[in-house]
Design a protein around this ligand. Structure first.
Ligand code: ZN
Length: 318
């Protein structure tokens, strides 16, 4: 479950910046990320909205777009669509209704993660955009904490609401919005913190780290989605969707051999030698604790050759 949390928070952050926080049902099934979306639905950050989508791929033939409609079965309402190939096709609600991300859920998680739940209820102060999470003292100063999304399109309203709800200079807003875009605008002087820089999704809620660094103004404001092996040698981590994934010494050596081969195929024999293990080692045993790392960076064939995915070769001097 650990490996699904980073991409899930990345997807959730992206969806909260979409108009209406919507996700088309087809996107759930054809994205290759169905597991990520299912996880977000399990933790109630995603739900099925009331509206039907305009068009969805026919689940039977997967070739034509069909338009969902409601149909009454006695007292029950079902969903169906007409496909030129297949005729009337019944549709599950997951395939017919728009999926929707919930910013209120994120506000709720943050309120709990910041230890505010018992004293401060979450208040929505700009509809669908800004939530007041509560007040908390840092270094003897009382700060007002907020969560916001889609800030760029609502700068004036957000600025006014922050002014009203906090003492001057004491507001801090955690957000899914792109902060570099906001820096030149009306919210440029506000303390804005990227959600993904301070929050991690764990066990169906958020854990907060490093928030104080933002209050002191010493933390970087840019979150990255970077997936690379750029920090392999300096920090012994792989970067996946901006998250640093620590590597065991064995996996580090495995990746280092492939990195040094610069995209060329390396036979299992050579890897065994570098790793000082028997030549008939089971790749599955090495892979199992770092499945996401291997699936992201390493390709192989049936003949025992391994190589680095061409997207992740490091360029000269990079
Ligand atoms: Zn069809």
């Amino acid at each position: 479950m650990g490996t699904i949390n980073a991409p899930a928070l990345a997807e959730l952050s992206r969806l909260l910046e979409q108009p209406g926080h919507h996700l088309l049902p087809d996107a759930v099934w054809v994205s290759g990320q169905a597991e990520v979306f299912k996880h977000l639905r399990d933790v109630q950050a995603l739900s099925l909205g009331p509206e039907l989508t305009d068009a969805v791929l026919c689940p039977d033939c997967m070739s034509g777009a069909i338009r969902p409609e409601q149909v009454a079965h006695g007292s029950q309402i079902g969903l169906r669509a007409y496909c030129g190939e297949c005729g009337w096709v019944p549709l599950a609600k997951e395939r017919a209704r728009l999926w929707q991300a919930s910013p209120a859920k994120v506000a709720d998680w943050l309120n709990a993660a910041l230890g505010l739940r018992s004293r401060h209820p979450v208040t929505e102060i700009v509809k669908g955009v800004l939530w007041h999470l509560g007040e908390r003292e840092y270094k003897r100063h009382r700060h007002s904490l907020f969560f916001g999304c889609q800030l760029a399109a609502n700068q004036a309203d957000v600025d006014k609401a922050l002014e009203k709800a906090s003492a001057p200079g004491m507001d801090l807003t955690i957000t899914t919005s792109e902060i570099t875009v906001l820096q030149s605008g009306r919210l440029g002087s506000r303390v804005l913190v990227p959600l993904r820089a301070v929050a991690q999704l764990r066990k169906g809620s958020l854990v907060i780290e490093n928030l104080e660094a933002y209050i002191d103004g010493i933390a970087p404001l840019v979150v990255s989605d970077e997936t690379s092996l750029r920090l392999l040698e300096t920090k012994r981590v792989a970067l996946i969707d901006g998250a640093e994934v620590p590597l065991s010494p064995q996996v580090f050596k495995f990746l280092k051999v492939l990195l040094d081969a610069d995209g060329d195929e390396v036979h299992k024999r050579m890897l065994a030698k570098a790793l000082e293990i028997p030549e008939n080692f089971k790749f599955a045993n090495i892979k199992k604790r770092h499945a996401e790392v291997f699936e992201t960076f390493v390709q192989s064939d049936q003949k025992g050759y391994y190589w680095l995915h061409p997207d992740y070769l490091l360029s000269e001097g990079g």
